[in-house]
Design a protein. Structure first.
Length: 438
């Protein structure tokens, strides 16, 4: 593929944008292109870059484009509101309407607060948990990502020599500039091990305000919770008066209208949504149990944001909900069907080429790994997959016109068609053949 226009723009970008990009996640993560690409158009399931290369897109803006790019119903709804004004430093009726709809859909949502990004909404959840309990520490799990802000950006992808013992990991800072002091406010645990969790909660019961997790671990391999794990965590957190937060920034409105909590049947105290919530417009929400959420009202907890519940994003959220709920959730049935077809047929292709492949996750969000290990359930076991081989496969797929996320996760949208799946499988067959030869 020719990337010369992107290469030339990137040279210019380095003169004007810090590091040449606006988010570090936009660097070419698995060697798929020599420079971060510039795009000129997204429509439906397809993206076009400035060199005219077209991709079937399974990155979907890292999740938000659940209805595909430039979804007509959402664009129409947003454009109808443009003349109303965008921000009032005050309320508008549509935000009330969206909050009402969310409380009717999301199991844990008795009250809603809107924000503009997942990282921010996570911060609100952590503050609520601390204010509600009067305790300081937050439990987070290795390999889970909850945004880029200092107080929760640790042990996302720690190197094995820094990470400490498997059952008692040490919090590992993830970026220069992050103060050491925040590491002491977090207890890092391995995910999917209920015995370790129970012991940690017993040992630190008076210090732990909240537990935050991705209920399906989409930032590390789209791993699913072991049977009974979430139920166990739910029971133990309730017993110890600890606030359980599901970070549904990826799973929300992606794995189903009710998120992972609906799919898996476990209701947290708080949950955070963003990404697919407004199908590409910047909208996030923290939602949850009335008595915890009321800390932001009667409890005096501060939560602000100039852009919170801006008219465009709320209009997009309402239109996205309409589309996703249409015909009793047909969009999800179709995303699941097409995603599950990829999940079944990709390993079949790999088998024909004598490559070990396992797929983790669910139809709308899954990860293709090269491994024959059976028991992969957390960050450390996942780090035993052949990541270099996966990256080479994904880079090869990219050159065949199929784009997955930099972490190797595939996201489906309602805009992917059966023909897209056929084409993607044919590309995967060619990519694996080349991988094998190499
Ligand atoms: C699970 C999870 N939580 C939080 C975030 C942060 O969201 P944002 O990028 O909107 O700040 C992300 C972003 O990828 C995420 O995947």
């Amino acid at each position: 593929m020719d990337y010369s226009n992107s290469a030339s723009l990137y040279e210019q970008a380095k003169e004007h944008l810090g590091g040449g990009v606006s988010s570090n996640f936009r660097y070419a993560g698995y060697g798929e292109s020599p420079v971060p690409l510039f795009y000129s158009k997204g429509r439906g399931s397809r993206l076009t870059d400035v060199d005219g290369n077209v991709y079937i897109d399974y990155a979907l803006a890292n999740g938000p484009a659940i209805l595909g790019h430039a979804p007509p119903a959402v664009l129409e709804a947003v454009s109808r509101t443009l003349s109303m004004g965008q921000l009032f430093a005050g309320q508008h009726e549509m935000e009330l309407e969206l909050a009402r709809r969310l409380t009717g859909i999301v199991p844990c949502a008795e009250l809603v607060r809107f924000a503009s990004s997942g990282s921010e909404a996570v911060q609100a959840a952590l503050r609520l948990a601390r204010a509600h309990t009067g305790r300081r520490k937050i439990v987070k799990f290795e390999g889970h990502y909850h945004g880029w802000l200092d107080n929760i950006f640790m042990s996302v992808a720690p190197s094995p020599n820094e990470a400490g013992p498997a059952s008692a990991p040490v919090p590992v800072s993830h970026t220069p500039g992050q103060p050491e002091s925040v590491l002491g406010d977090v207890l890092v645990l391995p995910w999917n091990d209920i015995d370790v969790f129970a012991e940690a909660l017993r040992a630190h019961r008076d210090e732990i305000a909240g537990v935050i997790m991705e209920p399906i671990l989409c930032n590390t391999g789209a791993l699913r919770p072991r049977p009974g794990y979430l139920e166990g965590v739910r029971e133990l957190t309730a017993e110890h008066g600890v606030v359980l937060v599901f970070d549904e920034v990826i799973t929300g409105f992606r794995v189903g209208l009710q998120g992972a909590q609906g799919l898996l049947g476990v209701t947290p105290d708080l949950a955070v949504f963003a990404k697919a919530l407004a199908a590409g417009f910047p909208l996030a929400a923290v939602v949850g149990r009335r008595d915890v959420m009321e800390q932001v009202g009667a409890g005096g907890v501060m939560h602000g944001g100039t852009y919170n519940a801006n008219v465009m994003s709320i209009a997009a959220g309402l239109a996205a909900l309409d589309e996703l709920s249409r015909n009793d959730g047909e969009a999800y049935r179709e995303m699941n069907r097409r995603g599950e077809r990829l999940m079944a047929e990709l390993p079949a292709i790999a088998r024909r080429h004598d490559e070990p492949m396992r797929i983790f996750g669910v139809g709308p969000a899954f990860h293709v790994a090269f491994t024959d290990e059976e028991d992969i359930h957390d960050y450390r076991s996942f780090s035993r997959i052949d990541g270099a081989r996966r990256d080479r496969f994904n880079a090869r797929l990219h050159s065949e016109g199929v784009r997955v996320t930099t972490r190797g996760t595939w996201f489906l949208s309602a805009a992917h068609s059966d023909a897209d799946i056929d084409e993607s499988l044919a590309a995967a067959e060619r990519a694996i053949a080349v991988l094998k030869e190499a």
